[in-house]
Design a protein around this ligand. Structure first.
Ligand code: HEM
Length: 510
């Protein structure tokens, strides 16, 4: 490890900055860029300037570019000949996620970028390793006993933590950051489901639990690597063990030590309970993996860390935007209240299934504000996409979920409208029936062989939270008229700056 003093550190920073300053003057004054579908590209540095100019709104910028391209597939040229293919074309999405699945793995680039945190976990592997983890996990996810356990965990967290915090906020008329509250809720939930460990992040003092803080930091820095103009930047920092890479190393150590410690404790606990008929209804994923014979500590820690990442900020992101859209659309809020008003306090599985309008509203909300905005694969060989785009071996190919949700071709002229009815039709009794969309037109949960494993679990959690919150409270955002919150995408999306709201007691639903 190399220890640098401040002067060396400043020099290391100043040299590339000065170089960049003079290069940009040279380029802007002397070189004429080529332009395709509004995207400027210069020799050698490609679209570096527009990329940097739009860095803070990368998702919106790329979405506009793709939706202005006739094929809905754009090629972005990056410095030093690197190329990124981005698509919002459902035929191409089907090609990369299903028809030519074997040609579009996650690839080594993504794997290296996320390896420190995710290791060999399901989100970060390909081939036979992935197949094995998928099989093991799918088996557990399909069990009724896991579903019962998830219902129990969600209801406990809802009744004992979320509702009391919202009640307090309503009685004291304090403004809260609902995004933060929902993230804490989801983190407690997924840790309990994955590990059987409750970090208690959603308690009145809103504590910074060590594990949660380290996990947050590790995710933020790992995804920051993906956005670096060139991977050499983070690789150099990691080699020197400085700045964010030093913090990442420390955070990952905390997360991994914690996962391994819990695994060891769980092995001892399971051995003690071996003869005590402990019910599967109350078992977390970690215990289930151990019981089914997988006891390698690293393997298990990787799996569980990956599940926490997958299930943590996705549902909270979806719910944050959902409550925002409901505030702007009182008619839809009324329909949802209608969906929940005759149902029991602690919903049964069938009652949740019956919340068809709420289900459609969640789908519609995630169309406009997907929790995962973009997802990248890497071509394992040369290929030609169905729209004629040539892809060279090694090119990253990204499908742009956010752009697809905002495509006029896919959703019609009123694509900007929050209209759950586009997911519904009426049956002969006049009841709403859910009408699904092709997964390649709406890849919010990805699609094909790697489709999200937690989709059912996510809807189950979200619908329970929506019913639990809306039947008691009205959520009123604290934003000035005409101000729209900003959608920012890291690994998952967030509302920039949080979601400040007041909560009002609703009284009886009419
Ligand atoms: C609204 C909530 C959710 C959304 C929108 C969502 C979306 C996605 C997406 C887009 C992927 C593909 C990511 C990639 O390959 O890089 C994915 C994969 C995955 N999700 Fe979800 N997810 C949600 C909730 C959950 C939950 C609650 C879990 C449960 C732990 C979960 C478990 C997984 C797993 C294990 C994978 C990896 C599947 C594989 O590669 O075979 N997800 N999800």
């Amino acid at each position: 490890m190399i220890d640098l003093n401040l002067t060396t550190y400043i020099l290391l920073l100043l040299i590339p900055l000065t170089f960049f300053f003079f290069t940009s003057i040279f380029y802007k004054l002397l070189i004429k860029p080529t332009e395709k579908h509004g995207l400027k590209s210069y020799p050698l540095i490609g679209s570096l300037f527009p990329l940097l100019e739009n860095r803070h709104r990368f998702i919106q910028w790329t979405s506009d570019i793709i939706n202005n391209t006739p094929t809905k597939t754009a090629i972005i040229h990056l410095p030093l000949g690197r190329v990124r293919v981005i698509t919002a074309n459902p035929t191409v999405v089907r090609h990369i996620l299903k028809t030519s699945f074997h040609l579009y793995p996650k690839g080594e680039r993504a794997r290296h970028t996320l390896f420190d945190l995710l290791g060999d976990g399901i989100i970060n592997i390909d081939g036979d390793q992935w197949k094995l983890q998928r099989q093991i996990s799918i088996h557990e996810f399909n069990t009724k006993s896991l579903r019962n356990y998830v219902e129990h965990v969600v209801d406990t967290e809802l009744n004992q933590r979320l509702i009391p915090i919202l009640t307090k906020s309503a009685t004291t008329t304090t403004v809260i950051d609902l995004q933060d509250v929902l993230q804490r809720f989801a983190f407690d939930n997924i840790c309990t489901i994955a590990f059987g460990y409750d970090p208690k992040c959603l308690t009145p003092s809103m504590p910074d639990a060590v594990f949660a803080t380290a996990f947050d930091e590790a995710v933020m820095i790992s995804t920051g690597r993906m956005r670096a103009s060139h991977p050499i930047i983070w690789k150099l920092k990691r080699f020197l063990n400085v700045g964010s890479e030093k913090r990442l190393r420390n955070a990952v150590a905390v997360v991994r030590d914690f996962a391994v410690k819990l695994t060891r404790e769980k092995i001892i606990e399971l051995a003690k309970n071996e003869n005590k008929n402990s019910s599967l209804q109350s078992l977390d994923l970690l215990s289930r993996f151990l019981i089914s014979g997988h006891s390698d500590e690293k393997f298990i820690a990787d799996i569980v860390i990956n599940f926490i990442l997958a299930g943590r900020d996705t549902t909270s992101a979806a719910l944050t935007w959902f409550f925002w859209l409901l505030h702007k659309n009182p008619r839809i809020e009324a329909e949802i209240l209608n969906d929940i008003k005759h149902k029991s306090e602690n919903l049964t599985y069938d009652e949740v299934k019956d919340m068809v309008y709420t289900h459609a509203s969640l789908c519609e909300s995630m169309r406009l504000y997907p929790p995962v905005a973009i997802d990248a694969k890497q071509a394992a060989d040369d290929d030609v996409l169905p729209d004629g785009t040539f892809v060279k071996k090694g090119f990253p190919v990204t499908y742009h979920v956010y752009a697809m949700g905002r495509s006029e071709e896919l959703w019609g002229e009123d694509w900007a409208e929050f209209r759950p009815e586009r997911w519904l039709e009426k049956d002969e009794l006049g009841q709403w029936v859910f009408k699904g969309r092709d997964g390649y037109e709406y890849p919010v949960f990805q699609a094909g062989p790697r489709v999200c494993l937690g989709k059912e679990m996510a809807f189950l959690q979200m619908k329970r939270v929506v019913a639990g919150v809306l039947r008691r409270f009205k959520v009123v955002p604290e934003v000035d008229d005409g101000v729209e919150p900003v959608y920012v995408a890291y690994f998952t999306s967030v509302m920039e700056g949080g979601f400040r709201v007041r909560v009002e007691e609703r009284g009886e639903i009419e």
